[in-house]
Design a protein around this ligand. Structure first.
Ligand code: 4GX
Length: 262
């Protein structure tokens, strides 16, 4: 995957590209990255990239000429890359979109600042608009990094075998089970016994069950749009029976019969 970012702050990307899995992916040539400074394409004494909005109002707008020239230069470098503008108005970037975009061979990510970019750029120089979430950033740079980060880990060979199983979990729309490492007892809290048992069937069952419980409690929206496996249905049914037992006992004994009842 070839990533080209267009920005007035190209140095913001250096620390991102210099660390961890992203750095390794670059070294192993799974991805190539470059930042184009939009200001390099600005003309005039002050090389300004922004100007006041027609019609008045607060803030500044990114001028169309430097942006258009920068996008043309990037397109020449990567003719088949999809050109994406980062903006709160865009289609929401999520794991599904990430899987879709990870199959492409190039992305040109256009990072706006100020109040936005001249509307005529959006019309003629952009293939898609993307938002990373419903909040307002000071610029598209962090959004571009988030997209590159999520996409890079999906590229075959970037993660080891151990990690790549993990990537299935979110595209499967279920949260990860809890993880523990040594020591087995930490400040009075012990690691669940089943994880020390060495019984992999029990461990897998425990992990699936805790994943489901977590998802049900923290992100029920994820479960609603999901095709459940037979195993998962079995687990959910078991909870239903357990919960019904609690309700049944309460109604027989009366609400005052149990400690904490009202
Ligand atoms: N997900 N921002 C872009 C300036 C801007 C506005 C309109 C183009 C059109 C954001 C987000 C985000 C703030 C980046 C405004 N550029 N980007 N910037 N949320 O909030 O992606």
């Amino acid at each position: 995957m070839n990533f080209i970012v267009l920005t007035i702050f190209p140095k913001m990307f250096n620390p991102f590209w210099e660390h961890g899995i992203i750095r390794k992916a670059i070294e192993q040539e799974k991805i190539s990255v470059s930042a184009i400074d939009i200001r390099d394409f600005a003309t005039g004494k002050h090389r300004s990239t922004d100007d006041r909005p027609y019609g008045g109002g607060c803030g500044m707008v990114m001028k169309p000429e430097p942006l258009a020239a920068a996008i043309r230069a990037a397109t020449q470098e990567a003719p088949f890359a999809k050109r994406i503008l980062l903006t709160p108005q865009g289609r929401r970037f999520d794991q599904r979109v990430a899987n879709e975009l990870a199959a492409l061979n190039g992305l040109i990510l256009i990072c706006g600042r100020y109040e936005g970019v001249d509307e005529r750029i959006c019309q003629d120089f952009i293939d898609d608009e993307m938002s990373i979430g419903d909040y307002i950033l000071t610029g598209g740079e962090l959004a571009a990094m988030i997209m590159m980060d999520a996409l890079t880990r999906l590229i075959p060979g970037v993660l080891g075998d151990k990690d790549s199983a993990e990537k299935e979990t979110f595209s499967d729309s279920i949260l990860k089970h809890g993880q523990y490492t040594r020591p087995s007892s930490f400040e009075g809290h012990d690691v669940p016994e089943v994880l020390l048992s060495g019984n992999h069937k029990d461990i897998d069952q425990w992990r699936l069950e805790t994943s489901l419980i977590r998802t049900f409690l923290k992100r029920p929206d994820l479960l609603e749009n999901r095709a459940l496996s037979q195993e998962e249905i079995k687990i959910l049914k078991k909870w239903c029976i357990d919960i019904e037992k609690i309700i049944h006992n309460q109604s027989i004994l009366g609400p005052g019969a149990l400690p904490g009842g009202q």
